[in-house]
Design a protein. Structure first.
Length: 145
């Protein structure tokens, strides 16, 4: 029997399908055999993704920073869509128009992420309302030699 993942000779690693009871023959699929623990783990990860996909897919957990960056993309998308025409369905976009939309969204998302990281690059100091962008920028002036 061949490994389900890499097609090498299987060596006794198998899979039991927990959806079925112990006496059910479907619990032990014969073709789900593996050559190593590595291939077995790969299969289980793929199997978990496949089963979750049937239920609607995995939930993507995004941070507040990413949510804010996503929302800032709406204005960039609106500007490009306005240039193309709001009444034109997405399916009718030419390749150049679709790439313009993608470029606007990706560029704005990347810029928003960079803006956030630049703003939080250096922790704020107590007593300073506007933190400096680089606290060591004038370090050369402070060296006495």
């Amino acid at each position: 029997m061949k490994c389900w993942v890499c097609k090498r000779q299987a060596r006794g690693y198998g899979h039991s399908d927990g959806r079925y009871t112990a006496g059910d023959a479907r619990r032990y699929p014969m073709d789900w055999a593996f050559c190593s623990r590595r291939c077995q783990d790969i299969f289980h990860q793929m199997y978990g993704n496949w089963r979750d996909g049937r239920k609607g897919g995995r939930v993507m957990h995004i941070s507040e920073m990413e949510r804010t960056a996503r929302q800032s993309c709406l204005k960039a998308f609106g500007q490009v869509a306005g240039d193309i025409g709001f009444t034109k369905p997405l399916g009718d976009y030419s390749e150049a128009e679709a790439l313009a939309v993608i470029d606007a969204i990706v560029t704005r998302y990347s810029a928003a992420m960079v803006e956030h990281h630049e703003a939080s690059k250096y922790p704020p100091l107590r007593g300073i309302k506007n933190p400096v962008s680089d606290p060591l920028a004038d370090f050369d002036d402070d060296i006495p030699f």
